[in-house]
Design a protein around this ligand. Structure first.
Ligand code: ZN
Ligand code: ZN
Length: 650
């Protein structure tokens, strides 16, 4: 008999040779039907692998990440088989599962696959899947494996096998198809009920452009047709919400090849939006005891040698700028922390002065390869909503809680209700690879864990994920389409205070090292606005909208009344503009709709006579407008603003 430990901690006894499928069956038939993959003692196994020792078993269904991985990995085998049957003589290379689906890199020889072939491939894959072929793993010697692909004249697989150790080589068989594979399959192909070729693209063998260019066939598969339909709808919606598309439509930002790639240009409307976000955070930070500082965009190379950034990232950064005569070397600022350390160092501090909290919307520059750039989410220049807190080790606990409060305030004001946090701690086994005393690490790790618990955060704890200089807490938000984004981060740092020789005088009259906290609730203005755009589809919370209303006059005759309405709205601190153009009201409304302006205020004869406005909401096509006084409208706006934007409480 062997002992199988399940994730809930329960231990069950089975005969040696029991399979994960059998274990699932012993729990319930329904579970056994849904289990598509498993891991035993941390290693992926097949659902029919006999288990012969004691160990921990995790069963995966489609709803688990691991389950999807096995599903898509298995599907890539079916895709490879289909391609080989459709296009005899092609050479297969590798075909891994990816975040959404999988791909297979294929040398198609003279054949060119285009989207016209997708339907044929899809039909073939589904025809194979319907046969419910089982996946079976089999070991082979290196000589056997090499011989097999030599016979097929496949140099790619031969190269892969040449790099493997004899005794570790395994194949997976299903139907008449065999592929080099390490395992982790669903029970049979019949579970694949829906499949789609998403795209084809060129890809160099092993990612090296000196090698032959292959064709990468991207696919995705699902256990139900309905899942595929939903996935495709989600993709369409994501396309509509793509921040690059919305940024253009709403005239928020642009890129210029002349200025340089990865360097966003903020247009007036985008700059106004950014400014509102900055003012919002500055106001809360002021309340939380932060002080604004300003530092230059460049710093001497020595600064980054001191901080350690140069040794670590120097080679992969923008290269130094040289002065013409003095032989000085400057780097574009890749982070604000070293500058802030030097601000701390301008004066001696006592423990009574701490914590010091320096905040800066600091623009930094980081080199990214041109192929990695993407809209506002991967850029070469961006502005962090940065701050560094310098405190005593005993203040860490309360400082951490305060930072979490600020982050949660930011999230709730901007409509991110679905978030979780990851606590990154030291690797329990390798404590020597971290800088700072064991005692201080204990303090910091406990401070993070306690603060997260105290604030009722949903957290996952990851051991070994801490930076070498300190533990951290990262926030993940789920957007309206269920996509996960990493946002704000809070990091403890023992390294920079050491490197910059930061000190304070303690109550014992001795000099001590402060602890440093790096934190950025938005992360960066660029990335945050991109995520905000995709989450709201451009319908920002009313308080954030640079332009909350537009006054549309029915004709030029009502120009004066429109101006009067504008003045009154300004008295109520409502941000509005007037559209007095000699255009039809229909056209004015359509254009305001595209701009996603929350309120359209239509004024004509009736309104002028009664001192009212006719209010139409964005997206309310088909509903009749509401006539009201300016005061009533102002109250409506205020009520809506108050719903999302509360005052920050410290
Ligand atoms: Zn496989
Ligand atoms: Zn920092």
């Amino acid at each position: 008999m062997i002992d199988i430990t399940l994730p809930d901690g329960s231990v069950k006894k089975f005969d040696a040779g029991v399979t994960p499928h059998d274990v699932a069956m012993s729990i319930s038939e329904g579970l056994a039907r849904n289990v598509i993959s498993a891991s035993f003692n941390g290693t992926t196994v097949e659902t029919k692998t006999p288990l012969t020792t004691d160990g921990s078993l995790i069963l995966f269904t489609w709803n688990d990440k691991e389950g999807k991985k096995a599903f898509w990995h298995s599907s890539s085998h079916v895709l490879a088989q289909a391609l080989q049957e459709l296009y005899p003589g092609i050479k297969l290379t590798i075909g891994p599962a990816i975040e959404n689906g999988f791909y297979y890199d294929v040398d198609f020889g003279d054949h060119v696959v285009t989207d016209k072939d997708f339907k044929t491939i899809e039909d073939k894959v589904l025809a194979i899947a319907r046969e419910k072929y089982e996946f079976t793993m089999r070991s082979a010697t290196k000589a056997e494996a090499l011989a097999m692909y030599a016979a097929e004249e496949n140099p790619y697989k031969t190269e892969l096998i040449a790099n493997l150790e004899d005794g570790t080589i395994t194949f997976c068989d299903h139907a008449t198809f065999t592929d080099l594979c390490r395992g982790g399959h669903i029970p049979n192909t019949g579970i694949i009920k829906a499949f789609k070729v998403m795209s084809v693209a060129g890809a160099y063998w092993r990612g090296d452009e000196k090698n032959k260019q292959l064709t990468r066939v991207y696919g995705i598969s699902f256990p139900k047709q309905k899942d595929l339909t939903e996935y495709l709808e989600l993709l369409e919606e994501a396309k509509r919400r793509d921040h690059r598309k919305l940024g253009k439509e709403l005239e928020l930002f642009a890129f210029s090849q002349k200025v340089g790639q990865g360097l966003p240009l903020w247009l007036p409307k985008g700059a106004a939006l950014r400014d509102r976000l900055e003012q919002f955070l500055k106001k809360a930070q002021k309340k939380a005891g932060y002080e604004q500082v300003v530092t230059p965009h460049i710093g001497q190379k020595e600064l980054y040698v001191t901080s350690g950034h140069y040794a670590k990232y120097g080679a992969d950064s923008f290269q130094p700028i040289h002065t013409p005569n003095e032989g000085e070397e400057f780097l574009l600022k890749p982070m604000n922390c070293p500058h802030h350390c030097e601000i701390y160092n301008t004066k001696p501090w006592s423990y009574k002065d701490l914590p010091k909290r320096y905040a800066e919307f600091g623009t930094v520059y980081r080199y990214e390869q041109s192929g990695e750039l993407h809209g506002l989410t991967r850029v070469r220049g961006f502005t962090q909503d940065d701050a560094h807190i310098f405190c005593t080790p005993d203040q860490l606990d309360s400082e951490f809680k305060k930072v979490i409060d600020l982050v949660l305030y930011v999230f709730s004001s901007l409509g991110f209700d679905n978030f979780s946090a990851q606590v990154s701690l030291r690797d329990k086994e390798n404590r020597e690879k971290y800088i700072g005393s064991d005692e201080n690490w204990e303090k910091a790790e406990n401070a993070i864990i306690n603060a997260a618990k105290d604030k009722n955060l949903t957290t996952v704890v990851e051991y070994g994920e801490a930076a070498f200089y300190g533990p951290k807490l990262d926030f993940m938000v789920k957007d309206a389409l269920g996509r996960q984004w990493q946002l704000g981060t809070i990091q403890v740092d023992y390294n920079l205070p050491e490197r910059f020789d930061l000190t304070y005088k303690g109550s014992d009259n001795e000099l001590h090292r402060p602890v440093m906290i790096h934190r950025a609730p938005f992360g960066s203005m660029e990335r945050f606005i991109a995520i905000l755009l995709e989450n709201t589809a451009g319908n920002f919370p009313l308080w954030l909208m640079p332009e909350q209303a537009i006054i549309l006059s029915l004709s030029e005759k009502y120009e004066n009344y429109a101006k009067k309405v504008l003045d009154l709205l300004e008295n109520h601190e409502i941000r509005a503009t007037v559209d007095n153009r000699n255009e039809t009201i229909g056209r004015k409304i359509r254009e305001a709709e595209v701009q996603k302006l929350p309120f359209m205020l239509i004024v004509g004869e009736e309104e002028e006579k009664n001192g009212t406005i006719s209010v139409r909401r964005h997206g309310d096509a088909g509903k009749s407008n509401q006539t009201m006084t300016i005061e009533a409208f102002a109250a409506l706006v205020q009520e809506e603003v108050d719903k999302t934007l509360k005052t920050f409480q410290v």
